[in-house]
Design a protein around this ligand. Sequence first.
Ligand code: NAD
Length: 322
Amino acid sequence: MKAALVLGAGGFIGGHLVRRLKNEGFWVRGVDLKFNEFSETAADDFVIGDLRDAGFCRQIIDRRFDEVYQLAADMGGAGYIFTGENDADIMHNSSTVNLNVLDACHKRNIKRIFYSSSACMYPAYNQEDPDNPNCAEESAYPAAPDSEYGWEKLFSERLYLAYQRNFGIQVRIARYHNIFGPEGTWTGGKEKAPAAICRKVASARNGGSIEMWGDGLQTRSFLYIDECLEGTTRLMRSGFTGPVNIGSEEMVTINELARVVMDISGKQLDVEHKPGPTGVRGRNSNNRLIKDRLGWAPAQPLRTGLEYTYAWIERQVLRNAA
Ligand code: NAD
C-alpha cells in the first residue's frame, strides 16, 4: 500500500487532499496544529503538533512516504496578510516550518515532496492593470511581491529548489491562485473573498446590503478545490518540477463575483464599498505552462464551484444563527 504524508492536514486544502488520497487507496498520515474544523479527518493517522519544532518534524517523518505534501503555512485572506500586523509571524512561522520539514525529509531520504506556493509571490508591478495582469511563471523576477506572505513563498520556493539541486530530493512546486470551496474558513478574519461574500450574502435579508472592501473593480480568478487537487496530484506524479500555476483563467472583478453569488442566492442586495485591504489591482492565472507540461488545465466555470460553496456557507450561517 502506498503511503502519503499531508502537512497542514487540518486546514482547508489539506483536509480535502487527505480525503482524496484515501479514496485513491493511500495510507495517509496527517499533521497539523489542529484537527479539521468542519468534519472528521479521513486520515489513518493524525498527529497534532507544531512543525516549527524540528524534533517534532523528525518524529512524524519516521518512515517511507511515497508522497509528501507540504501545505502547512501561517496564512489568511486580505484581512490577515495585507494589514502588516501579522508580517513577522507569517514570515517566521512559515519559513521555519519549511526549513524543518525539508531537513527532516532529506535526512529520512524521502524521494519526493510537493510544496504549495502562491500567486502572491508575483511582482506587484505586473498586477497594476486590472484588465491585463501578467502572472506567467517566468515573470516572477525581478521579484517584488506586494506582501511578506508572498516574499516567504518566494524564499521557500528557492529553498525547495536548492534541496533538489544539492541533495537530489525531487520537489514539485505549485503556485496556487485563490482556492475556494466548502469547508474553507468562512468567518473570523482569515477568510478570503469568495467565502466572505458568500457569508455576507447568506446573512443579509433580501433587499438589504453587503459591505465590500475597496471599489470592487480589482480582478481575480478563483479555483474550485476539486480542480486544485486534480492539478496538485497530476503535478506530484509528473516529471515536471515547476513552479507552475494552478489556477483558473476565468478572471472576474470582485463586483462580478458578488453579483454571481447574489444570483445564486436569489437575493437583490446593494453593495456598500468601504476602505480596506484589497491587494493588487489585477491577478489571473496564466495556464500556458501547465497545459504544455501536464496536458491539463482547470476548466470548470466559476459559477459551478460557487453554487457548492454558497450552499455550504449558507448552512453554516443558518446553523450559527439557530
Ligand atoms: P489553511 O490555513 O486552511 O491550512 C494551513 C494549515 O497549516 C492550517 O490548518 C494550520 O493550522 C497549519 N499550520 C500552520 N502552521 C503550522 C505549524 N507550525 N505546524 C503544524 N501545522 C501548521 O490554508 P489552505 O487554504 O488549506 O492552504 C494550504 C496551503 O496552500 C498553504 O501553504 C497556503 O499558503 C497555500 N495557498 C493557499 C491558497 C488558497 O487560496 N487557499 C492560495 C495560495 C497558496
